[in-house]
Design a binder for this molecule. Sequence first.
Ligand SMILES: O=C(O)c1ccc(O)c(O)c1
Ligand SMILES: [Mg+2]
Length: 630
Amino acid sequence: MKTAIATVSISGDLAEKLAAIASAGFDGIEIFENDFLAFDGTPAEVGRMVQDHGLEISLFQPFRDFEGMPEPQRSRTFDRAERKFDLMEELGTDLMLVCSNVSPFSLGGIDRAAADFHALGERAAKRGLRVGYEALAWGRHISDHRDAWEIVRRADHPNVGLILDSFHTLARKIDVNSIRAIPGNRIFFVQLADAPMIDMDLLYWSRHFRNMPGEGDLPVADFMRAVSATGYDGPLSLEIFNDQFRGGSPKAISIDGHRSLLYLADQVRRAEPASSFHVPEMPDRVAVSGIEFVEFAADEREAEDLGAMLHTLGFKRTGRHISKDLALWQQGDIKLVINTEREGFAHSSYLVHGTSVCDIGLKVEDAAATVTRARALGAEPFEQPVGPGELKIPAIRGVGGGIMHFIDAKTELANVWDIEFLSMADMQGPADCGLTAIDHMGQTMRHEEMLTWLLFYNSIFATHKTPMVDVVDPAGLVRSQAIENDSGTLRITLNGAENRRTFAGHFIAENFGSAVQHMAFATNDIFATASALIQNGFKPLIISPNYYDDLDARFGLDDDMLERLRTGHILYDRDEDGEYFQLYSPSYGEGFFFEIIERRGGYKGYGAPNAQFRIAAQKRFMRPMGMPKV
Ligand SMILES: O=C(O)c1ccc(O)c(O)c1
Ligand SMILES: [Mg+2]
């Protein structure tokens, strides 16, 4: 499989774009004419630059408003084509993309267009060049790949073929199975893009909101399955017009793009084993059966504060590491580690971010295979020297440079706690508060990073995204989207802050980057947990009484329940399937906090309607600590 990306997809000048594209592992580029026109160098120099990066120019585009023109425009478009053929020869590419005509002068008629393409094919053939025809979703006469294919078929010229673009086909909801009947060798090129489902004008949607396959809502994998069934084995090329990507990091966007193609190809290989499509093998998406542990990096003094907070939450200190300064805290199935080592990864994480989560351990079926898949998709492996008596636990880098370790039951990794930790009886341990598991973790990041991590999680793990919700912070919007598996054993919320005055934005700024901002523990009885917490000296986040008056108006709760919520500072939500109860700790440091939740029935969400009131309460609490007043 060859991969390519259109130069419009990323930011920078041509030289920056090429460097980023090459280092992400692409084989080729689509040169967008404007990127060439803006470049101060000859076509031959561009061709050499591309070659020097180990890339090829897979395609030159776009050639607009060609087919079906009346005279005198028709003669002029052929002259224009010859000029662009000259340019292509100098650049060193043999394929031109002709997109369907949008000119008001253009005349319809399949045969007229086919005759024009036949004539263009003759001219291209003289120079050893080829032309491909793409139906733009908003083309004046041709806006459907089935019509474009009929024109190519009737043009009946070996140098004229079809170009498919998933966006144009899927945006118009054209049945992708119509692609299966097209001979693969008549498809000259395939462009791929996804997009979030937004009801808007097709052209505007296409030019501003496309994103990488797997980042949006379009069935790009179904499209690609149909393409693979044709026997097409040419490049898969990303053509992503996206306002955010145009201003983003060319390197990061290129890496995401390359990952998206590998992930897509892997899905297609599994779904269409008979296709001739040649793609690298990798283990399947990884099922996660739970969060094995979460590790905090801290110094000794802050470890004491954090330990005191855990104590009030009902955690007991149950173990210490055989040779390192690592303390294990447990309650129910939850394992938390506080790492106060003076060297190694956790220590460097502490130096950069202060006390924060530096490592997340996930339970998987095969830890080594998990890292194999992650690496195949371009994730960064993580290793550090293993001390005597310690296990080598497979790991990769995750959000904000943090580590994700993988633990499986098929190897000795399952016994890591017995092997590496000495158990200690915490005699003065607090009363258990009924916390059973980690329900979810919230990772806070810049808004622009959300698609990166969405793709990271969903390509490596058997997870899916939930719809994006807007959370209103008094200082701006925070967007929140959950990544979860079907069984609910892995739930991660990605929270994207648009500015640093929000509670989430403040956390990123002070923490020097993206990280876990909160952990939510599950209980089976929120009221019993709430009183046990109070017994332990826990002080819940104080919620405004106004919230409870509104709750009563919205849900008509009985008086007793409402009173218990109010006195316990417990937030409440309900959906078709069940109920949700939330209780918060005050925030710690620059905005880290704990949450305790109970899900009753099949409640699916995360209490988004309550987030605004929770944030307001947290900001009231933080103000004396230097949070800008908003
Ligand atoms: O938006 C456009 O004009 C445009 C141009 C070329 C393409 O390949 C495309 O998909 C869209
Ligand atoms: Mg296109």
